[in-house]
Design a protein around this ligand. Structure first.
Ligand SMILES: CC(=O)[C@@H](O)[C@H](O)COP(=O)(O)O
Ligand SMILES: NCC(=O)COP(=O)(O)O
Length: 242
């Protein structure tokens, strides 16, 4: 039987709504605490270099107030490394970032950026922060993660979420193959981006995947049913698929 599948709730887009008005509400930390009560196994927050949603203060408050693990998503920069080392989250997921993108468009080029990433992975690991690389489901990237000594990879499910029909089925096969290859090499496998009630089941059914990080859909759904119900239903969809 496949092991328990953890749900990491990403609260970035609670901050997007707050920042639209420059107000103090809605508070992403309050959302994180509510998600934890509803059964989230962890909280994910992406401190973008342009601070378009999550802010430094949010990370400080999440680091102090959470009773479940924090997964800090960060670009591979010295500034973000210093922030991670200051707050020491449970995990740090290194993601690619472009200022002009609407959302995280693709995976990190772990293969092409080995020399840039190696010291970062080493320093985070030495601080006992669990490093994860947000990559495309691609054997070359997984082999690069192995060479870098990353304990975790998070497979980018954005393409899978956007595609339909046979193209989606093909992307699902790539995700399953990548998960199997990573697990065979002793890497813990996570996945996320663009997951919803409608598309989560086939991803949750991949036995090597141990954690899903889901945010944008849950925050939107929370407008209609509340965050508690949205997190509980996602948990149920994941468990049913497992
Ligand atoms: C890396 C990633 O997938 C996330 O951080 C998430 O989707 C929310 O942030 P953005 O929408 O700003 O990319
Ligand atoms: N790393 C993926 C994540 O944290 C959530 O992505 P999304 O559900 O907001 O698209």
């Amino acid at each position: 039987m496949a092991e328990h599948l953890r749900l990491g709730v990403n609260i970035d887009h609670v901050a997007t709504v707050r920042n639209a008005r420059g107000a103090g509400y809605p508070d992403p930390v309050r959302a994180a605490l509510l998600a934890a009560e509803a059964g989230a196994d962890g909280i994910t927050a992406h401190l973008r270099e342009d601070r378009r949603h999550i802010t430094d203060d949010d990370i400080a408050r999440l680091s102090q107030g959470l009773t479940i693990p924090l997964n800090l998503e960060m670009a591979a920069t010295d500034e973000m490394l210093a922030i991670a080392l200051k707050h020491r989250p449970h995990a740090a997921c290194i993601v690619p970032e472009k200022r002009e993108e609407r959302t995280t468009e693709g995976g990190l080029d772990a293969a092409g950026q080995h020399d840039h990433l190696a010291p970062l992975v080493r320093e985070l690991g030495a601080a006992r922060i669990r490093v994860s690389l947000f990559i495309e489901p691609d054997a070359r990237q997984i082999e690069a993660a192995v060479r870098l000594g990353a304990p975790v990879v998070e497979l980018h499910t954005g393409r899978y979420a956007e595609l339909e029909g046979e193209a989606r089925a093909e992307e699902l096969r790539r995700l399953a193959d990548a998960a199997a290859l990573a697990a065979k090499n002793g890497i813990e496998v996570h996945a996320g981006h663009g997951l919803t009630y409608d598309n989560v089941a086939p991803i949750a059914a991949i036995p090597q995947i141990r954690e899903l990080n889901i945010g944008h859909f849950l925050v939107g759904e929370a407008l209609f049913v509340g965050l508690d119900d949205a997190v509980r239903r996602m948990r149920a969809e994941m468990d049913a698929a497992r």
